[in-house]
Design a protein around this ligand. Structure first.
Ligand code: N01
Length: 539
């Protein structure tokens, strides 16, 4: 008998149970909307659930990288170190899920495969991989910007007789690296965490580097309880500063205007102080403001770090290979614990795959143009199909059955309004979507701002009997143009990186992050809401 499947009706469906999905659920539920979160993984936590690779930790300061929507949560949670391990962040997000009783509206092990907008009833029809159908007034993406692994399509990977892993999908069970010949492909933020973490354990580590990277010491340490107490005692001020700052961090310190206004000695003094203090933020907040805007200013810091590499790495040839040439900061800035020092170990070697590209994966290892490297395990630290990859994995269709991918990739440019919405896709919202500050900000700050804005917006629609909210094309065009203009005034667009999509072969080159600052962006979003959602059509 042909049984009709039951359709579950909800106010909102949210994709992903990371920082975004958890908070979105909390807010919508508080506002009285029936909401369900779908998560493909078998636990909450988003990227922090999946990135279990050795050495994984956050390179934003722990206290800053927390929720501030609940003062009680902020005050009762105690981070142990300045830069938390993945396991501690995952513990925190599980704690949040329990504290706010979120789990009863989260369906794990369930992937949203499609979301289609129906113009007849102005609702989204959503399908999951296990065959359920949902109907929701609002479709909200909390998929994250860095959640779809990029495994380069090397010939022969299927014939490899050893084991291979991508860091973004690291298995839950223990991976034994002891005594193994291990190859790591990739030296981004992830590779630079993995390499020193596993080098002491493996028999031999071969690093396959395509682009040499700048990295600064993190100088991680246990938190001083007195410092933590002070921050907690000043919660309101902490929250205010974080929300209205440029990068979403609660800092007082202002970098000096230009590296070119100081003498070389003054500059080196500041750079050395930041190097000794540790952390990427020391360089951006406590040295100069024009490092990513002016080529000559940028070069002063680039030279400083290149000299550090020469001093740390004993073998001059290896030091040379490790010395980057791009503009510092235009790839995601990196911090490390003993990264360059690791190359002084006898069991670590570096292969330059820009000079000698990887030709294929063989049954025994990796063949580059200069020979074969025999390996038991290959670790792909090769990053993500960032910004749009996870959205495109879902068959999202708006008005006239147009897919999001068709709209954004066949058109001349991915266009959004504020990075929250896109024309042709009514009642759909994106948390940290393309053309919002997202990954070039302290992400939890940006997530809180988006979640609160979206909740306020949905409440406004309910209170005013408005059925449909859709970004207008002209408003979207203007926002997108503004984003590009701000980015083009910096050095970011001049370097190949995942910021520009250049890391994924064939992906259109687009810079999809708003660089105008978290505080000004928040004010712009609030102003638009205050003016009755200017730039959106409301019906
Ligand atoms: O990825 P990446 P990631 N052959 O894209 C190389 C966040 N994160 O996972 O530079 C050979 O930065 C590629 O080379 P190249 C953070 O935002 C946060 O390291 O493209 N090599 C590069 O070296 C970060 O930026 C934390 O030439 C290939 C590497 O793989 C983002 O995640 C911690 C290749 C990829 O670097 C992504 O970092 C960790 C190929 N075919 C990560 N393809 C926090 O602390 C790629 N590569 C919050």
């Amino acid at each position: 008998m042909n049984q009709k499947k039951e359709v579950v009706h909800l106010d909102a469906v949210v994709v992903g149970a990371g920082f975004s999905g958890l908070y979105m659920l909390y807010r919508l539920r508080e506002a009285g909307f029936s909401t369900r979160v779908f998560e493909a993984a078998d636990g909450v936590g988003g990227v922090w659930h999946k990135n279990r690779y050795p050495g994984a930790r956050c390179d934003n300061e722990s206290i800053d990288y927390s929720f501030t929507f609940s003062e009680e949560l902020f005050k009762e949670w105690n981070w142990s170190e300045k830069f938390s391990k993945q396991s501690e962040i995952l513990e925190y997000l599980n704690y949040v899920a329990d504290k706010f009783d979120l789990r009863r509206d989260i369906q794990l092990n369930t992937r949203i495969i499609s979301a289609h907008y129906n113009e007849e009833d102005n609702r989204w029809t959503i399908q999951t991989n296990e065959g359920s159908t949902l109907s929701a007034k609002y479709f909200i993406s909390g998929v994250g910007c860095l959640s779809t692994a990029n495994v380069p399509k090397f010939k022969g990977l299927d014939r490899f007789e050893g084991k291979w892993y991508h860091t973004g999908n690291w298995p839950k069970e223990q991976v034994s690296l002891k005594g193994k010949r291990v190859g790591v492909i990739g030296t981004g933020s992830t590779g630079i965490q993995v390499i020193p973490a596993i080098a002491p354990e493996v028999d031999h580590l071969t690093v396959f580097q395509r682009t040499a990277q700048y990295s600064v010491p993190s100088r991680n340490h246990a938190y001083d309880p007195e410092y933590v107490r002070q921050v907690k005692d000043n919660f309101n001020e902490f929250k205010r500063k974080r929300r209205y700052s440029f990068g979403g961090f609660p800092n007082d310190i202002e970098a000096r205007p230009s590296a070119l206004e100081d003498t070389p000695e003054e500059r080196d003094h500041l750079y050395e102080a930041a190097w000794q203090k540790g952390g990427v933020s020391s360089f951006f907040l406590e040295t100069y403001q024009d490092l990513t805007a002016n080529e000559d200013a940028n070069e002063t810091l680039s030279v400083f770090i290149r000299n550090k590499i020469k001093n740390i790495v004993h073998d001059p040839e290896t030091a040379e290979k490790l010395s980057p040439t791009y503009y510092y900061g235009t790839k995601r800035p990196i911090q490390d614990t003993n990264y360059y020092e690791t190359y002084n170990r006898d069991n670590v070697s570096l292969v330059d795959v820009k000079a000698n590209p990887i030709m294929e994966i063989t049954p025994k290892g990796i063949r580059t143009t200069d020979g074969e490297y025999e390996l038991d395990i290959i670790i792909f630290a090769t990053g993500y199909d960032a910004m749009t990859g996870s959205l495109f994995k879902i068959d999202i269709r708006g008005k006239d059955n147009v897919t999001l991918k068709e709209k954004w990739e066949n058109g001349e440019q991915t266009k959004t309004y504020l990075g929250i919405a896109t024309s042709g896709f009514p009642n759909m919202f994106m948390i940290t979507g393309p053309e919002s500050p997202s990954v070039l900000s302290n992400v939890p700050t940006s997530i809180e701002q988006h979640v609160e804005w979206i909740t306020d917006c949905i409440e406004y629609l309910r209170d005013n009997d408005i059925e449909i909210l859709e970004a207008k094309e002209d408003a979207e065009e203007a926002w997108s143009k503004h984003c590009r203009e701000v980015a083009e005034a910096t050095l970011f667009t001049k370097t190949d990186s995942w910021y520009t999509g250049a890391n994924v072969p064939g992906k259109p080159r687009r810079f999809l992050i708003y660089l105008g600052g978290v505080g000004p962006y928040r004010e712009k979003c609030s102003e638009i809401a205050f003016k009755g959602y200017e730039g959106f059509s409301l019906q």
